[in-house]
Design a protein around this ligand. Structure first.
Ligand code: ATP
Ligand code: MG
Length: 557
């Protein structure tokens, strides 16, 4: 080709063509009929890893193809040359390219035939597909990964177009429905998966959601029917898929098969109800039993109370019986002690009486009157002694039986004391003397004279009896507030310390008094009398030195 000199300022067609050829992003290669490269632009050289087109020109086009492909290419060229078959010409075929470094890459090849000066030439336009291929591969991988996620998901995932056609159903969905994905893709979802009697309603709701008449239900439960006619209850969650224009073009739903769960729930609810019923029944039975128990309890309690009352009554009567028995025992003891005491105490006066009576009988003469009188005196005093013992015993049994009542009266104290002391003077031993310390002024008492006399008589007779001839006895009487203090002090044998606690017990007799006559009843009677008059009695005593009894009695009882 001859070069035409360009006109200044104007690009001629050749120059433009050349510029396009040089600057084109796709590669342009021209080969002869024999496959020899006649022209190549820089893009083509770059694409195949050569520095410039010069490295390509004059060489066979097969240098740009992997070996196997080159052989095929040769075969095509041969057939072309042999038969004029134009199969070599094509638009946008994807073929492999071979780079200078030996690596293979995908390219799109469009070939056109040019007849120039009776000779055929072929121009190939090559476009590197490496990047596009890579992007497509990545997209594919991405899709596969997404599908994997969908398939791994344990929920049914289904995409339904706005016309109700299934666009996607994941593995779980296929498993539940019993179809292969290919069976359902492109099919009507409602006919495929919804039970016949629900199809119309479900479809109409779906249609209204798709055309925006109602909001997409975020959650609902519905029955589906599987390939073999089973029904499953699915809980669905839905979301719209929009097209580029922002209109809803499909819905994606994820569903969980809750058939078993619901059945279990129903069973639990049923069991619960049954259980409640049974509990109610049992509670009623129990309440009945409890009521029965309560009644029995009440009866038992009543019985127990009755029994207790009977027991108490028994115990009381037993106590009464025991008390009566004790009393009886005491009395019989008292009697036997009295009998033994009497047989002992009566013996002396009785033998005195007997011997005196014998002697009186012997004193027959007139002049023996004095002796007779002496013995009748002895007899008298022995009898009064016996009378005294019997009186003591009588008053004791009267006291025991609670028959002694006080009969208080007004009397003057001093005359009363004088006569009482006088009455006792017959008992005094030779040389014994009672010293009376009486109040200066007489005073009036309101008490039982007989009882008071008995008290004084007993205390003074003890003082006389338990001290030697010639000893002194002090009887001091003085008012002390509203009481009268009577103290009787002797210088006699005293009461042994260890026996003092028994002094007021009846029949008590101290060991140092064994040889002195007495019944042991006197002080017991005194104590009871003092109490009858509302007073108290105490004593102090020292063995061999003497004893003092002190009485405190109300002046006006
Ligand atoms: P009864 O008074 O009945 O004739 P009794 O004098 O023996 O007999 P209580 O007057 O009750 O009986 O006295 C009990 C005992 O207390 C006496 O036997 C004696 O041992 C002792 N006793 C009482 N008074 C005195 C006293 N003043 N001095 C020493 N001992 C006394
Ligand atoms: Mg006495």
């Amino acid at each position: 080709m001859d070069a035409v000199p360009p006109r200044p300022g104007v690009f001629n067609a050749d120059m433009r063509l050349k510029a396009v050829f040089e600057a084109a992003l796709d590669g342009i290669v021209t080969i002869s009929e024999r496959g020899i490269i006649e022209m190549a632009n820089p893009a083509a050289a770059r694409m195949f890893g050569y520095e410039d087109a010069g490295e390509l020109i004059g060489r066979n086009i097969s240098m740009l193809m992997p070996q196997q492909h080159a052989a095929q290419h040769d075969h095509y060229i041969q057939r072309y040359l042999d038969t004029g078959h134009k199969r070599i010409i094509g638009i946008g075929r994807e073929v492999p390219g071979l780079r200078k470094d030996g690596s293979v890459f995908p390219l799109r090849l469009s070939v056109s035939e040019i007849k120039l000066e009776g000779r055929s030439m072929f121009t190939g336009i090559v476009h590197d597909l490496t990047l596009e291929k890579k992007a497509a591969l990545e997209l594919q991988q991405e899709k596969e990964r997404a599908q994997q996620y969908l398939d791994i998901a344990n929920t049914i995932i289904v995409v339904i177009s706005s016309l109700g056609i299934v666009e996607l159903l994941n593995d779980k969905g296929c498993e539940v429905l019993g179809y292969a994905e290919s069976d359902v893709l492109g099919q009507d979802w409602f006919q495929t998966a919804i039970p016949a009697e629900l199809q119309d309603e479900t479809r109409s709701v779906f249609r209204r959601m798709m055309n925006g008449e109602m909001a997409i239900l975020d959650y609902y439960e519905s029955d589906i029917v599987t390939r073999n006619g089973d029904r499953r209850l699915i809980a669905w969650r839905n979301a719209p898929i929009y097209d580029d224009a922002g209109a809803i073009r499909a819905s994606i739903s994820s569903g969980v098969d809750i058939t078993e769960q619901r059945a279990a729930e129903d069973r639990i609810i049923r069991l619960n109800a049954e259980l409640e019923q049974r509990v109610d029944q049992r509670t009623e039975e129990l309440a009945g039993a409890v009521n029965q128990l309560l009644n029995i309890n009440k009866k038992l309690e009543h019985e127990i109370q009755e029994r207790r009352a009977v027991e108490t009554a028994l115990r009381n009567s037993e106590q009464e019986l025991r008390r009566a028995y004790e009393k009886e025992k005491e009395l019989s003891e008292l009697k036997s002690r009295f009998v033994s005491m009497a047989s002992h105490e009566f013996r002396t006066p009785l033998s005195t009486i007997l011997s005196s009576a014998d002697l009186i009988e012997a004193y027959t003469r007139e002049e023996q009157q004095e002796k007779r009188a002496k013995h009748t005196g002895r007899i008298k005093s022995s009898v009064s002694n016996l009378t005294g013992i019997l009186n003591d015993f009588l008053s004791l049994s009267k006291l025991e039986e609670g028959k002694v009542g006080v009969q208080p009266g007004l009397f003057r104290l001093l005359p009363f004391l004088e006569t009482t002391a006088d009455e006792l003077s017959g008992l005094l031993k030779p040389g014994q003397k009672i010293y009376k310390h009486l109040p200066e002024h007489d005073l009036e008492m309101f008490s039982d004279q007989k009882v008071l006399k008995n008290i004084l008589f007993n205390l003074l007779s003890n003082a006389i009896k338990y001290s030697e001839a010639g000893s002194r006895i002090d009887c001091t009487v003085e008012p002390e507030g509203d009481r009268l203090r009577i103290s009787i002090k002797d210088e006699g044998i005293g009461i042994p310390q260890e026996e003092q606690q028994h002094v007021f017990t009846r029949f008590f007799r101290a060991h140092n008094a064994e040889n002195i006559q007495g019944t042991g009843l006197g002080l017991n009677i005194v104590k009871r009398y003092v109490e009858l008059l509302g007073g108290s009695i105490n004593f102090e005593s020292e063995l061999g030195k003497g004893t003092t009894f002190v009485c405190l009695l109300p002046i006006k009882m």
